[in-house]
Unconditional design. Structure first.
Length: 170
């Protein structure tokens, strides 16, 4: 698929739109995991906590992405106990890496495509898995998303592309 030029923004912390969009993406990152957890192992395989972080950071920039990346897992954990406190540090690391890589790729290429979103997902997953491996002292645990989270990564790439290209045109 060819890269498609879309309107991409880089909202700043001083703009109220930054917080409005971040709040909407945080709500999405609260609702989607709740739906996915209705399916056995849905959270582990579909990786829903990252979906709206990818979209927010790619479409609206680093500030929206970072707010969504940090607050989504914390709010979910506080309200629903998921992610569990033990895995929260690894999820936060990956979530922040996702926001940074998505904002960077969007700003660098000024377009959206399946290969660009695949690059974003691979960047945050590989680096995040290495960091998580160091934190957990286990390469196998750190890279578990590559064993069971491939459907979630594909959801992020394909679903993220469709949402950014068709649903968030402005």
């Amino acid at each position: 698929m060819n890269a498609t030029t879309v309107n991409l923004y880089s909202l700043q912390y001083r703009e109220s739109r930054t917080y409005i969009f971040a709040a909407l993406f945080i709500i999405g990152n609260i609702a989607l995991p709740q739906l996915c957890h209705l399916v056995p192992q849905g959270g582990l395989t579909l990786l829903p906590i990252y979906f709206f972080t990818l979209i927010g950071a790619y479409k609206y920039g680093l500030q929206v992405g970072l707010l969504t990346a940090v607050l989504s897992p914390l709010v979910n954990s506080a309200l629903f106990g998921m992610p569990a406190a033990a895995v929260l540090p690894g999820i936060l690391v990956k979530s922040v890496l996702l926001a940074v890589s998505a904002a960077y790729i969007a700003r660098r290429f000024h377009s959206v495509s399946i290969p660009l979103l695949l690059a974003v997902v691979l960047m945050y997953q590989v680096v995040g898995s290495l960091i998580e491996s160091l934190m957990l002292g286990s390469l196998a645990l750190g890279f578990q998303d590559f064993r069971i989270g491939i459907p979630g990564m594909l959801l992020q790439v394909i679903g993220g592309y469709l949402v950014i290209k068709y649903c968030l045109k402005k």
